[in-house]
Design a protein around this ligand. Structure first.
Ligand SMILES: C[C@H](O)[C@H](O)[C@H]1CNC2=NC(N)=NC(=O)C2=N1
Length: 147
């Protein structure tokens, strides 16, 4: 079982991590596909500097819902002491980007956090976005809107 698949998993302090904790692109792909459902919400992303990260994008129903989701994700991050970059890229479009700054790449901590976000955060999505992204239905706060 992957580390993040266990509900007792917690992020280990990033300050203690070194390069040996950094996952290769292949290892990251394996971790990605074993995230709890719906793992398809997340994708691997590589910056121009070659830094691998995990990214999840969604469109919320409105501005307030987008801000509430950011705050909810932020509270989980504080608890784990592992912090995503949270982007409000348009008034209700959110992108969550997770990587381990200490190693400039992905570690197990990033997948632990992504798994917690999948399990704990439900979002009142834009109905149109949810229709276009049916995998997200289990993370929708208003499941009936998907029909
Ligand atoms: C001391 C503390 O553990 C570190 O500064 C943490 C805080 N949150 C962090 N978050 C992320 N995403 N990467 C880090 O390397 C990191 N380091």
């Amino acid at each position: 079982m992957s580390l993040h698949a266990s509900s007792s998993s917690k992020c280990v302090p990033c300050s203690g991590l070194d390069e040996s904790a950094k996952l290769s692109a292949e290892e990251a792909q394996v971790e990605l596909s074993s995230l709890p459902h719906p793992s398809s919400l997340w994708s691997l992303k590589e910056s121009q500097e070659g830094i691998l990260s995990l990214s999840r994008k969604f469109t919320a129903r409105n501005f307030k819902v987008a801000l509430d989701a950011i705050n909810e994700i932020g509270a989980i991050a504080e608890k784990e002491n592992h912090h995503p970059d949270l982007h409000l890229t348009n008034y209700r479009d959110v992108e969550v980007v997770i990587y381990t700054h200490k190693v400039n790449g992905l570690t197990q901590n990033d997948f632990v956090l992504a798994a917690k976000i999948n399990r704990k955060v439900t979002i009142d999505y834009s109905p149109k976005w949810l229709r276009e992204n049916p995998d997200a239905v289990s993370t929708s706060r208003k499941k009936e809107e998907s029909e």
